[in-house]
Design a protein around this ligand. Structure first.
Ligand code: MLT
Length: 256
């Protein structure tokens, strides 16, 4: 049994079909700010801070993807939403996939942005534990040193990423890193998904292996895959108008 869900801090922009945007690690709800003018005239954007991030309450637990998915469901209950479309960036995508498995009847559509269904490889898990040990000694500094240039080639976007990292508490970073390290393989869950799926990747994202995306899509035969040329891990900061266009096209199809 998971620990109790917390009520996430959130913002809402626009009316109509609810679309919940789940940020990646170690960001917060403001990750999506540049998409608001494009999407909010056409859909109800719900932007939560995940547990421990931004202004949301925290707890002492490991932030498993299952626990973070429970928090999303709790927010939907709070907002009286029987169903919503989930858009997840990277770690937010891991949470959205877990939500699809745990709460299939509450899902109206699933968009994975720079995300995938694989668990950590043993090497990746080891490197997360190493980062946890570094954060325990030095605070958030190790993330500041290695993450921005790994996530995007654009110096301007790296600067934005740096500001997000600085606003993340070391304890939250540790709890989320441990949660990602122990996350389950979501591949067996893909064939259970009965709602429209959108997969968006950047062609130069070093965290995404296109051959693994191909494999994931074999289990999602009706999914739409859009690859953004020359884009890294942060399309919402690198090419917000383009990403918003892709999302809106897909949301409109669901709205029918
Ligand atoms: C993220 O952007 O959410 C993380 O970098 C994902 C990960 O570390 O696997």
């Amino acid at each position: 049994m998971n620990p109790k869900p917390v009520l996430l801090t959130y913002e809402i922009h626009g009316d109509g079909s609810p679309v919940i945007f789940l940020h990646g690690f170690p960001f917060n709800r403001h990750l999506w700010d540049e998409l608001i003018p494009f999407i909010s005239p056409h859909a109800r954007m719900i932007l939560p801070d995940l547990r421990g991030f931004g202004e949301s309450p925290t707890s002492t637990d490991v932030f498993t993807m299952s626990l973070l998915a429970d928090d999303v469901c709790h927010l939907m209950d709070h907002l009286n939403l029987p169903q919503a479309i989930l858009v997840g960036h990277s770690m937010g995508g891991y949470i959205a996939l877990t939500f699809a498995h745990q709460y299939p009847q509450r899902l109206a559509g699933l968009a994975l942005i720079a995300s995938h269904a694989d668990p950590d490889s043993p090497a990746r898990r080891e490197s997360r534990y190493h980062t946890v040990a570094q954060i325990q000694k030095q605070g958030i500094q190790p993330l500041l040193e290695e993450m921005p240039q790994r996530l995007t080639p654009s110096p301007a976007v790296q600067e934005k990423v740096r500001l997000f990292i600085q606003s993340c508490s070391p304890q939250t970073a540790i709890q989320a890193l441990l949660g990602m390290a122990e996350r389950e393989d979501a591949n067996p869950w893909l064939r259970e998904i009965r709602v429209p799926v959108l997969v968006v990747t950047g062609s130069t994202d070093p965290l995404i292996d296109p051959t693994r995306i191909q494999t994931m899509l074999e289990s999602l035969p009706t999914a739409t895959w859009v690859e953004l040329p020359g884009v890294g891990h942060m399309p919402m900061l690198e090419v917000p108008a383009e990403l918003a266009g892709v999302l809106l096209n897909w949301i409109r199809q669901i709205q029918g």
